[in-house]
Design a protein around this ligand. Structure first.
Ligand SMILES: CC(=O)N[C@H]1[C@@H](OP(=O)(O)OP(=O)(O)OC[C@H]2O[C@@H](n3ccc(=O)[nH]c3=O)[C@H](O)[C@@H]2O)O[C@H](CO)[C@@H](O)[C@@H]1O[C@H](C)C(=O)N[C@@H](C)C(=O)N[C@H](CCC(=O)O)C(=O)O
Ligand SMILES: Nc1ncnc2c1ncn2[C@@H]1O[C@H](COP(=O)(O)OP(=O)(O)OP(=O)(O)O)[C@@H](O)[C@H]1O
Ligand SMILES: N[C@H](CCC[C@H](N)C(=O)O)C(=O)O
Ligand SMILES: [Mg+2]
Length: 487
């Protein structure tokens, strides 16, 4: 319970009716979750306008309403607060409600198209290994020291972010590593948080359904760096041309990491194989169990963050060599018959290209590369033909299949993916709607030594069809099928 007047600190209020000297029990932005004594924030969404639910929220017991437009009927005893932007107000109120937990630990935000989960998780694992209590907010899971919670979004809503951060503070957590998605920045889920550092990984095609243009997508990412305080660091991948753009207007201290160009933190790949990478980082040789040149970027990024947080580099490098790969990110398995299955969360054109190039670079002979891949429904349609083209260019054979069609027709998605395949590669491709059948077919096509890449779902444990989720786990499925089919 908090006094309304206190949790309104720094909220940009335009006008107000009612008293601020009242206690607030909970903050909610969904009328269906209102309890007596709640503060209800009405947000304009993509499907609904939360302002329509103000009267419902009041009926259910909300005593404070925060909105961008006042409702027609103003009731006595209810406090109505009009703000410029409900999402910003929600983020600041949520932060105040939990006593601004981001100021009480070191919060590091990681943004970019690919690599956020990998970097955030590796940092969490690294810092736990180094003996610091840490927290993690990621696509895969939420960790408050050693306690795990389920994640529903890459960047949770601002109430949840502050709730988890508060729990971390109560548990004595020193560092929290969180993914900052472009949706999260645009919906102001991270506003009002005090970051100690920000990391930019790369920027390639994704989420153009939401942001419309690549420049708009880039500028949303940049807002995160523009709002970092002077006390923070901004660490960017300078091999990506957008890295320098992220640094243009930030007040934070600027640092870079690189493989190809000059950077404050520099790595060179000495060896790259299925069993891992041998790197030279700032003059020191380090072995890591992670595979693929994209992971060399992730490793040098975490080395840079640890350095900027004051960790001794020898301790960091020693612990880096013990880190395991992140669930669903280039996770691989070799069957009794010698078929290799790689499960990877590549769900963007760039990630798919990287993972296939990695496989093609590290395979030793003329093994076939058989790819099973699809594209999500109710998501960026423009990436579908591009992913179709890349998969067919860089694989020996490709099976296009479903990857969470959600509310779309799976056949339509497959047709859009197929439309990107160039004529000379059409022979290499088939489409099978059912993902299990697609994986089975890949196994049947494979011979000893061949590599099957199952891309797009990584750690996910469900397949969403017609808006309904049922259990589906690529790793579980392929290991089981390999065993059954090989018998
Ligand atoms: C596109 C998008 O981000 N949508 C988010 C958005 O939903 P929306 O705009 O559709 O909201 P809406 O359903 O129109 O509702 C508007 C408002 O009315 C309220 N409402 C609605 C109904 C009702 O009866 N009462 C009520 O009060 C809602 O609580 C909301 O405040 O606001 C909701 C509440 O915060 C989010 O749950 C929802 O995330 C959806 C589920 C989602 O799938 N988001 C994805 C795209 C996402 O955010 N992904 C990113 C990264 C992806 C990646 O990893 O690459 C992430 O950070 O997870
Ligand atoms: N640094 C990187 N550069 C390019 N591709 C990468 C990088 N790191 C990982 N990938 C590829 O992108 C996929 C997704 O990686 P990861 O889950 O770490 O990204 P993410 O940014 O968290 O994605 P999301 O936006 O879905 O949360 C991996 O499975 C791998 O194929
Ligand atoms: N978290 C991201 C990636 C989803 C990956 C893919 N499996 C899909 O379902 O589209 C999203 O929700 O857009
Ligand atoms: Mg992620």
């Amino acid at each position: 319970m908090k006094l309304l007047n206190d949790i309104l600190d720094k909220v940009n209020i335009i006008t107000m009716y009612g008293s601020v000297q009242k206690m607030v029990n909970t903050i909610v932005f969904d009328s269906r979750e209102v309890e007596p004594g709640s503060l209800f924030v009405a947000q304009k969404g993509l499907i609904f306008n939360g302002h329509q639910f103000i009267s419902k929220a009041v009926e259910l017991g909300a005593t404070v309403v925060v909105c961008e437009e006042f409702p027609e009927k103003i009731l006595q005893d209810i406090t109505y607060i009009r703000v410029e932007n409900s999402n910003s107000a929600l983020a600041i109120i949520a932060s105040n409600f939990y006593d601004n937990p981001s100021r009480k630990l070191k919060l590091i935000g990681i943004t970019g198209t690919n690599g956020k989960t990998t970097i955030a998780t590796l940092l969490y694992n690294l810092f736990q290994k180094l003996g610091y209590k840490s927290g993690l907010l990621s696509t895969v899971k939420i960790m408050v020291d050693t306690v795990q919670y389920e994640a529903t979004h890459t960047t949770p809503n601002s109430i949840l972010i502050n709730k988890y951060l508060n729990e971390m503070v109560n548990k004595g957590v020193d560092y929290c590593f969180m993914e900052v998605s472009s949706h999260g920045i645009h919906q102001k889920r991270t506003e009002g948080l005090q970051f100690a550092g920000g990391v930019f990984t790369n920027l390639t095609h994704d989420h153009l359904d939401y942001h419309k243009t690549f420049l708009a997508y880039r500028d949303v990412k940049k807002i995160f760096f523009d709002s970092l305080p002077e006390s923070a660091f901004a660490l960017v991948n300078i091999d990506d041309k957008n890295g320098a753009i992220m640094l243009q207007n930030t007040k934070a201290k600027k640092y870079s990491y690189a493989l190809k160009t000059m950077g404050d933190f520099k790595a060179k790949i000495l060896e790259n194989g299925f069993s891992g990478l041998l790197l030279n980082i700032d003059g020191n040789e380090v072995w890591t169990k992670l595979t693929g040149s994209f992971n060399a970027y992730n490793i040098v990024a975490i080395y840079g963050v640890a350095n900027l947080l004051g960790i001794d580099s020898v301790r960091t490098l020693t612990s880096i060599s013990e880190l395991e790969s992140v669930s669903g990110r280039f996770q691989h398995f070799i069957s009794n018959e010698g078929i290799t299955a790689v499960i990877d969360y590549a769900h963007t054109p760039d990630a798919l290209k990287n993972v296939l190039e990695t496989i093609n670079n590290i395979k030793i002979g003329n093994e076939q590369v058989i790819t099973v891949v699809g594209c999500g429904g109710d998501r960026d349609k423009a990436k579908r033909p591009v992913m179709g083209r890349i998969a067919s260019q860089l694989s020996s054979q490709v099976i296009f299949t479903s990857d969470n069609p959600r509310n779309e027709n799976p056949q339509t998605i497959l047709a859009e993916i197929e439309s990107g395949v160039e004529t000379q590669n059409i022979k290499k491709t088939i489409s099978i709607v059912d993902r299990e059948q697609a994986i089975k077919t890949a196994i049947k096509l494979a011979n000893k030594g061949d590599i099957i890449l199952i891309a797009g779902k990584g750690h996910e444990t469900y397949q969403e069809v017609n808006g309904k989720r049922s259990h589906f786990d690529d790793f579980e499925k392929v290991t089981y099928l390999l065993e059954v089919i090989e018998k």
